[in-house]
Design a protein around this ligand. Structure first.
Ligand SMILES: NC(=O)c1ccc[n+]([C@@H]2O[C@H](COP(=O)([O-])OP(=O)(O)OC[C@H]3O[C@@H](n4cnc5c(N)ncnc54)[C@H](OP(=O)(O)O)[C@@H]3O)[C@@H](O)[C@H]2O)c1
Length: 374
């Protein structure tokens, strides 16, 4: 069966309309990701088994999140063997066809870089990779890092086309290169830059053709590490590369990095240099015109239970998960806190924060102030 693709992309006017529809929420809930209005809380789809039961949970959670004022959905082609992209596509298709939401109101984000399985882990993964990616000349053995990661343009282009099909859309709003630092760790800086440049050339071309609205990098270690580390990524170099390829109107406009109570580097570790000045990743992103999105806001659920002393520092909320997410969404310079949510009850609990004011910068700083600890 040929599935019709949903035309359009997130738009300024439709995301503004979405914001107006949720005018009863706290005004700080909506922020700007470049020219788009986005929610301070986004739904992530990384965790969970690759099965029908989990698909059904995600379908319900996505509908609940959109109905409660969350318009950012984050995924990656490899998540749950492409099942996360596919359940997002099916769910949005139904909601849009039923008039519950418009395509242009949603900021749909996915990633390419990891070789994805197709619905389930195959019996012989190595054979599958050879048959699916190497033999059709999408990637050469030398392009692969860790046996699973590839930035080769032919592979990325095929991956992008598959993501569009899985999501059933003509345009992806934010397309991230997924953990590109994994390549730098293994192949060294110079070859990494050549590969990144080839990938950016492809993404600029696809953006100018309307398949991608913005692109960027979604990282794990890359933006949190020491500049001397093998996995370190310089935001100034990355934006410089995009500018050389796409000019001042380049489309490299979003970064994603882990940020939570246990991983505060984005806000606290001055590891980036922009125009000679040392600054944190969030300050550097701001200075370079990049929007910053936080992943793993709950450290993959580990922060859903906080020590009492820490919980007491984020008052007036009901649960530890809310407190941990409140820390992330209140951090200046962060656009959206992504939270993996496949349970509707978690969506309800977390989206209740959309009614709350943010913690002040002074309050945030005080959370880590040792002098205040008992
Ligand atoms: N390098 C990268 O690009 C990268 C890396 C990691 C994550 N990400 C993105 O960021 C998103 C968020 O990160 P994540 O999913 O890894 O981890 P996370 O958001 O830190 O935690 C998700 C886990 O917390 C649970 N949870 C959510 N709300 C809860 C609540 N109120 N109380 C108790 N438990 C709760 C979820 O359960 P249920 O699912 O059962 O509701 C899930 O098990 C990902 O889904 C992905 O989109 C990107």
């Amino acid at each position: 069966m040929v599935v019709p693709m949903i035309a359009g992309a997130a738009s300024v006017s439709a995301t503004e309309r979405f914001r107006q529809r949720f005018a009863s929420l706290h005004p700080a809930h909506f922020r700007q990701l470049q020219d788009l209005w986005v929610s301070s809380l986004g739904l992530g789809t990384y965790l969970g088994d690759a099965d029908d039961t989990t698909d059904a949970l995600y379908a319900d959670a996505i509908a609940q999140a959109l109905a409660r004022g969350c318009n950012v959905i984050d995924t990656a082609i490899n998540y749950r063997c492409q099942r996360s992209e596919r359940v997002i596509g099916r769910t949005l298709g139904k909601l849009i066809a039923g008039g519950a939401i418009a395509r242009e109101e949603i900021v749909l984000c996915t990633k390419g870089g990891y070789l994805p399985f197709d619905g389930a882990v195959p019996e012989d993964p190595a054979r599958y990779i050879v048959d699916t990616f190497i033999n059709p000349a999408l990637a050469a053995y030398d392009d692969l890092v860790g046996g699973c990661h590839c930035l080769a343009p032919a592979y990325l282009d095929a991956s992008l086309q598959t993501s569009l099909c899985n999501l059933q859309v003509d345009t992806i709003d934010v397309y991230y290169l997924h953990n590109p630092e994994q390549q730098r760790e293994e192949i060294g800086h110079e070859m990494f830059c050549r590969r990144l440049e080839a990938a950016f050339m492809l993404l600029e071309r696809r953006a100018s053709e309307g398949m991608i609205r913005y692109y960027g990098i979604a990282t794990w270690h890359g933006l949190r590490s020491n500049p001397k580390s093998k996995s370190y990524l310089s935001l100034e170099d990355i934006v410089g590369m995009a500018q050389r390829i796409g000019g001042s109107n380049h489309h490299c406009r979003v970064i994603q990095l882990p940020y939570n109570l246990a991983m505060p580097e984005a806000y606290s570790f001055a590891n980036q240099t922009v125009r000679g000045e040392l600054m944190t990743p969030l300050a550097a992103a701001h200075s370079l015109g990049l929007a910053a999105v936080a992943s793993a806001s709950l450290l993959q659920q580990q922060l859903a239970t906080l020590p009492a002393t820490l919980a007491a520092r984020i008052p007036n909320l009901s649960t530890s998960a809310q407190r941990a997410i409140q820390f992330v969404r209140s951090t200046p310079g962060l656009t959206t806190a992504l939270i993996g949510m496949k349970r509707a009850a978690h969506v309800e609990e977390n989206l209740a924060l959309a009614q709350q004011p943010l913690l002040s910068p002074e309050h945030l700083a005080g959370i880590f102030d040792r002098s205040q600890r008992r």
